[in-house]
Design a protein around this ligand. Sequence first.
Ligand SMILES: Nc1nc2c(ncn2[C@@H]2O[C@H](COP(=O)(O)OP(=O)(O)O)[C@@H](O)[C@H]2O)c(=O)[nH]1
Ligand SMILES: [Mg+2]
Length: 298
Amino acid sequence: MKRDTSVMKSGFVSIVGRPNSGKSTLLNYLVGEKVSIVTKKPQTTRRIVRGIVTRPDGQIIFLDTPGIHKPIHRMNQSMMKAVREAMADTDLILLIVDASAEFGRGDEFTLELLKPLTRKKILLLNKIDLVEKKNLLPIIDRYSKAGNFEEIIPICALSGENVDSLLSEILKYLAEGPMFYPDDQISDQPERAIAAEMIREKLIVLTEEEMPYSTAVVIDRFEEDDKLQRIFASIFVERDSQKGIVIGKAGQKLKQIGTEARKALESFFGRKVFLELHVKVKKHWRDDEEMLRSLGLE
Ligand SMILES: Nc1nc2c(ncn2[C@@H]2O[C@H](COP(=O)(O)OP(=O)(O)O)[C@@H](O)[C@H]2O)c(=O)[nH]1
Ligand SMILES: [Mg+2]
């Protein structure tokens, strides 16, 4: 890539907001690849995922964060700590809200959390494909009164509407600076971390309502030869009953999770994948410091 280094800008930008507002969808659109998993269920993203966009005029490092919520479990406390640190450490904060959802306590809590921060902030009103234009005005009005935003931009993270121009807007707020990553790198996540997340996404999508909160995926072995990527992973659940749900009748559910995850992994890695999954019960792992550390959540 040809670069005029005299005008190279760079910086770190955090993407924050309530669960399900579309943070990970936006990050994936911006980097043009799926680096952060997306589901309909809240609290899918557990730790900070960096997505990197490099253009001739600059490099932006986006931090996708867990959803802003009031924490109960130790895991959720450390998730919220990560959100606060991400906001404190970045040059610019993007607050993304689901414009199709009713304004509520969670939104108030979010605005309170952002208020004391002196960082520049841009508000993104997402999911405008689900909102009538005339209904956007009151939302814009409310937020321009409540928060101190440089700009308020309606977007659709799913289709990318208004998202391309967002990059130029963001660069305006960043200072001249060096490249922090090589220009072909799109994420800070090692391949095995992305693999674990992709398996977890299929697990969440294909199992019952309560499962997203109580499962974790650990990669036990991650090996590559000239033909095949071999991945051995453990799925941790908290109760025997959950183990039953994940495995399913005659092992059908686990088989389905494995097949779908393998397809997603093959498409991401661009090569054939052999995937072996094991389900294990570990009670209260969300409050277990050692387990959280091995998952990179502490
Ligand atoms: N209709 C619509 N759905 C969206 C849009 N952006 C995200 N979603 C959906 O909202 C859900 C949550 O998205 P996700 O990116 O995981 O949200 P996060 O929890 O903030 O990271 C997923 O089902 C997305 O497909 C959008 O612009 N329009
Ligand atoms: Mg997310």
